[in-house]
Design a protein around this ligand. Sequence first.
Ligand code: BGC
Ligand code: NOJ
Length: 820
Amino acid sequence: MKSFGHFDDVRKEYVIQSPQTPYPWINYLGTQAFFSLISNTAGGYSFYKDARLRRITRYRYNNVPIDMGGRYFYISDNGTVWNPGWSPVKTALDFYECRHGMGYTVITGKKNDLKAEATFFVPQNYDGEVQQLVLTNEGSAAKSFKLFSFAEWCLWDAQDDCTNFQRNFSTGRVEVEGSTIYHKTEYRDRRDHFAFYTVNDTIDGYDTDRDAFIGLYNGFGDPQAVANGKASNSFADGWSPIASHYKEITLKPGESKTLVFILGYVEMPADKKFEADGVTINKEKAHAMIEKYNTPEKVAAGLAELKAAWDKLLGIFNVNTSDDKVNRMVNIWNQYQCMVTFNLSRSASYFESGIGRGMGFRDSNQDILGFVHQIPDRARERLIDLASTQLEDGGCYHQYQPLTKKGNSDIGGDFSDDPLWMILSVGAYIKESGDWGILDQLVPYDNDESKAKPMLHHLDVSFYHIVNNLGPHGLPLAMRADWNDCLNLSCYSDKPGESFQTYTNPKFAAEGGYSKVAESVMVAALFTYAGPTYVGILKHLGKDAEAAKAQAEIDKMKENVMKSAFDGEWFLRAYDSTGAKVGSKECEEGKIFIEPQGFAVMSEIGKDQGADIKTLDSIDKYLNTKYGLVLNNPAFSKYYIQYGEISTYPGGYKENAGIFTHNNAWIICAEAYAGRGDKAFEYYSKIAPAFNEDISDLHKTEPYVYGQMIAGKDASRFGEGKNSWLTGTAAWNFVAISQYILGISADFDGLKVDPSIPKAWDGFTATRKFRGATYNITVKNPDHVSKGIKSLTVDGKAVEGNVVPVFSVGGDHEVIAVLG
Ligand code: BGC
Ligand code: NOJ
């Protein structure tokens, strides 16, 4: 199959060698407040904190051709116009390379002996994207050429920007000062922020009006100004403001010139917005920002600082197995993706427009599971933000906007699984940090400080929200949807345009909006999986009576599941609003679903009757394919109105029998839990992106990050990936490989070591920094088993069980685990 690039593990980069990848292969710059998306041809956009409410540069989704719009350098050399990243001019290059690294991207193009190397990154603690362009004349004669930069401003609110043209075509405003172009739309009236695009050198002209630079009937690939060979010093007044620098450059043979461009964002206190004239932007802060990175030396230092920060983050958990692909996923790319999903939830990617969904309640809580070891303090902050959007009865707003941190009332709540994920995420945070204090912190309900209660109370109401909302079989009500947004057992509709998730079916309006009959077995199993974390917390706090009460609810739920939701060979998926089984051998289609199975197995529901192994074997038999596990089988081939959105998808796509990589991880965990390390690893390697690099032209999306979905066996594009980057797949597969297969997990009172690996492995080594100490772990597998600790020693001393204690004194500790 065709190759588009390769991994460079030493530099922690993916190296793309052809600009025409099967889909734009992107990277993210920024991890704190200023973010950019950048494709391998420099397409993409930037925003501050919130991709919807504070969009800095413009991007058009679903464009033709795809991925038009980004930060572009146009070089006009003796009649040949080209971009270092090939697009948008698409002049064939003599050399092209894109290196996506940890928070930076380097794109290099060469044409007719002129080399242009562009490095893009967002420095630490900096609200801007630094772009360093190094131009080198590699020929033997002097070269004179023209350089144009380009960025297109978005008028801040990305939703409004792409809909409200009658207003927006008249509001755009800019200022130009030397080599800096300022974007100040609405700054005079109701905004305290502006953006700028600057270069650290004199310029020979600029453009700030899009039509002047590009031309009304031209495109990004043939801008008028570049064709004319000069800028027109255009001044945007309404329409579409842009920023473009123009510079004439001559280089002697062998000579290089380095230019540093900065795309920055500035917020000003209301009383300091203007200079004395009351009109001109007060640029003090902007000047200080520019000063920070206006030389190649400062850029080099900023880049080194960024790389050091990533080395440190990735040094927290590190493994050395006999499989390079596992190593590069675990040590580099999966952890990197976990940072991105933690930061952006499901808001902005090449499949998420940045205006659709903000921070998802269930999504962000799950993202924390894969991120918490990196920066526990940031996980803590996120937990507080999430819990603040919870309602007093334990229900939750399903999403919130990152800028306002307010629950999004358009989507509302009543997703039956939401509260349970917070038990897992808070548990994971305490296990990682040992910070029990979080449970005492006062956290508002519904963002109302007067309703603040300790975090522990939020966990109580989360747990009892399930217990208090059971259906006829004593199983949790399915409500609008559970984890599967498309299994809408109440919100089904037959009219186009009604949202399946928020539509209130008149049938159930009087009952509070959803059926009191439809039940979710998936939520039941998630409850029995997450519940013990809550019980563990209560026990640790000495609340034994509460712990016993909660445990009794968990035990009862397990009984109810065995009584009404075990279908003989696997667990049912649900009961619909008529009380009919969903995901049963009795069903015509959709006889088996993946979602409840892994949690049920890990909760040991019906284990004494062999339910766990029967279930795992059924998954292998009915859901396993060469590219991963499909969500349900057989795929729905017609519309089952009573199930909601799920069967609106053609078979093999998305929730209708697509390979949802997110819940493949739950089965990987369950197989590992059951001690079947070979199966766990088989499923892991089928979907882990590095393992699919060789089939990139089929797989299509980036070989270094997970996508939400791979088309299932019922699809004609079986094996094709979609929706890359922002998916709970990142966190859950990191959990699956690190905690379940490699078996290293933080626990309340220590670090647990309990691998479940392929029998053929001789073992592996790992380094884990945990609560101030460094654990150097060696796992030996002399008997070639998958699971079971025969002996565990720490610094030469034997330890009972499989949990290594916390070392409050820090330091390095040698852990040796022998399997057998
Ligand atoms: C989509 C699903 C998707 C979900 C995300 C639904 O409306 O169709 O496929 O996973 O929204 O929230
Ligand atoms: C994507 C959503 O972000 C996630 O919350 C959901 O669980 C899955 N789709 C499955 O529907």
